[in-house]
Design a protein around this ligand. Structure first.
Ligand code: COA
Length: 195
């Protein structure tokens, strides 16, 4: 029986890996046996997916990204080209640390710009946006725009992918001109208040 996903002939998909329908697997990808990948994802050239990895639906992983063990990606996550995840906080070649992997949780809708680096053991809140080249080493609030090394929050990003202009005028809400979704700050956290 034909698999429900599409894979280039150079991809190596270990027996046991679970891959959802309409997911596209491009050239020289390696997916380990324990991985679970949702539907409608795209794995670009030279992507590596480890064993203890769960990836949601509609996730786009661009060329040259490795998703190592103990990394979880929600739905609609975008990983820009050559961005880097990690799973050992303080690696030393001579000291085994396979029992010390730290979990990285990426919530739904997050974007990682090209060449950004995520130091392990943190949670990236939903729809956060990590700019190209940023190095993130602390938890990131939902909708935060993170820039630089080390990454600092310089604003908030809408689900559409535009900065939310501050201060919020009028009724304290911002309406996205593209999606009509409304955003509001509550307790210094950005929330999307429309369904
Ligand atoms: C973050 C991003 C979306 C720009 O958002 P924006 O709302 O238009 O932000 P601006 O360009 O107005 O920049 C705001 C400030 O952040 C700085 N900045 C923006 N992106 C930055 C980055 N990647 N690294 C460091 N500083 C950055 C700007 O220089 C500016 O600083 P200033 O106020 O001192 O002039 C864009 O820079 C980015 O990183 N996109 C990711 C591109 C990518 O990797 N795509 C992958 C698929 S090809």
């Amino acid at each position: 029986m034909q698999p429900a996903y599409i894979a280039h002939e150079t991809a190596i998909i270990d027996v046991g890996a679970s891959i959802g329908k309409n997911t596209r697997v491009w050239h020289w990808v390696h997916i380990c046996s324990g991985a679970t990948i949702g539907e409608n994802c795209s794995l670009g050239q030279n992507v590596f997916i480890g064993n203890k990895v769960v990836i949601g639906h509609n996730v786009k992983i661009q060329n040259n990204v490795s998703v190592y063990d103990n990394i979880t990606l929600g739905d609609d996550v975008f990983c820009g080209p050559s961005m880097v995840f990690t799973n050992v906080y303080n690696p030393r070649s001579a000291i085994p640390r396979k029992d010390e992997y730290r979990e990285t949780i990426v919530e739904n809708g997050v974007t990682f710009g090209a060449n950004s680096t995520i130091v392990c053991g943190i949670t990236i809140g939903r729809f956060a946006f990590v700019a190209a080249g940023a190095v993130v080493n602390k938890d990131v609030p939902p909708y935060a725009l993170m820039v630089g090394v080390p990454a600092r929050q310089i604003g908030w990003m809408s689900e559409f992918g535009e900065q939310i202009p501050l201060p919020l005028e009028g009724n304290g809400r911002y309406t996205c001109p593209y999606s009509n979704k409304q955003y509001q700050l509550r307790n210094s956290q950005m929330e999307c208040v429309s369904k």
